[in-house]
Design a protein around this ligand. Structure first.
Ligand SMILES: [Fe+2]
Ligand SMILES: [Fe+2]
Length: 329
């Protein structure tokens, strides 16, 4: 059987259990938090008072903080890109009664609340130039992305396992920073988002763990390939109005590193966690090339740490149109 056919068969085997995965890792709309649970209620007169409080508290947060929060929001807002990308993966089919597409739709439904709550918060905060934020979001969706997975489910699940944990970490840290500066409500918003990301991470890493049982060598090679390419952030192609594709990413990422929201050390930590949960060191029945891939993977975290220690992050904030024009600097 060809490599592609085996992947399809593995996907179909897991698909039979998709309902129990959904029950375990996703939460129905009526039971899960919704953005308005954390935002001023616009049907009540207390709306203005609550909004005023948000705006006053927001003044305590610094320039890099806003850059990072905007970047995180835009990343969440580009959800149409991720949904359409995943719908194109081998074994996932929008047509018919495909269990995987149900998973993707329900995952998307949960994810959609992230951009929703953050966008409304940013709007109410009065600290960012919403029009610039909106232009960037539209660009990011227009530009699309390529995360190097092609339509391979194995590579895509490595990517999502990694990325969901990366977003868990960054939302959690932003929440901690907000809370430290007295922004309790924003702290809560970031925290509940981080909670969703963690459940998603646990689900995707479980998919990979299951695939490792059926097709260990190919799964190993897919993991190796993704680590060689490096996991690129969905915001990799982010740009501000009038600028070229991807030009805002490095400065956004530097701001995140300066604040300690998401660093190269986190990247290495995630890699280590995946290697350990998937028991990469213990897998048996591997082909010779998969054994080599394992060796590469086992050595990679230390190698990356050594490189990370040499990289210097610029100390000063870079100006962003997202944050300009509101008299903050
Ligand atoms: Fe999210
Ligand atoms: Fe996510």
């Amino acid at each position: 059987m060809s490599i592609k056919n085996i992947r399809l068969e593995v996907m179909q085997t897991i698909e039979k259990e998709i309902d129990s995965y959904m029950e375990k890792y996703l939460i129905p709309p009526e039971k899960i938090w919704q953005p308005t649970d954390f935002l001023p209620n616009s049907q009540k007169d207390t709306f203005f008072e609550e909004t005023h409080k948000i705006r006053e508290e927001a003044k305590e947060l610094g320039y890099d903080f806003w850059v990072v929060l905007v970047g995180d929001t835009i990343t969440e807002e580009a959800l149409p890109t991720y949904e359409s990308w995943l719908m194109d993966v081998e074994g996932i089919d929008q047509q018919g009664n495909n269990g995987w597409s149900r998973w993707i739709r329900h995952w998307t439904g949960e994810e959609n609340r992230h951009g929703d709550v953050l966008n409304k918060y940013l709007y109410l905060s009065g600290r960012v130039n919403m029009r610039e934020v909106e232009i960037t979001t539209q660009h990011l969706i227009n530009d699309g992305f390529d995360i190097g997975t092609a339509n391979d489910p194995y590579r895509n699940f490595v990517y999502t396992s990694f990325q969901e944990l990366a977003t868990n970490i960054s939302h959690k840290r932003v929440g901690q920073l907000a809370k430290k500066k007295g922004n309790v409500l924003l702290g809560k918003m970031c925290n509940v988002i981080a909670g969703d990301e963690m459940r998603h991470h646990l689900a995707y890493r479980e998919f990979v763990k299951t695939i490792l049982k059926y097709d260990p060598s190919e799964m190993m090679l897919a993991f190796e390939d993704m680590m060689r390419k490096k996991i690129v952030m969905p915001a990799q192609f982010v740009r501000e109005s009038g600028e070229a594709v991807g030009t805002a990413f490095e400065n956004f990422s530097n701001a995140a590193q300066r604040l300690g929201v998401y660093t190269t050390h986190d990247y290495v930590d995630i890699m280590k966690k995946l290697i350990s949960y998937w028991e990469i060191d213990k897998l048996t029945n591997l082909t010779a090339t998969a054994e080599k891939a394992r060796d590469y993977l086992m050595r990679l975290p230390d190698r990356m740490l050594r490189i990370a220690e040499r990289v210097a992050i610029p100390k000063d904030s870079t100006k962003f149109k997202w944050v300009e024009a509101n008299g903050m600097l």
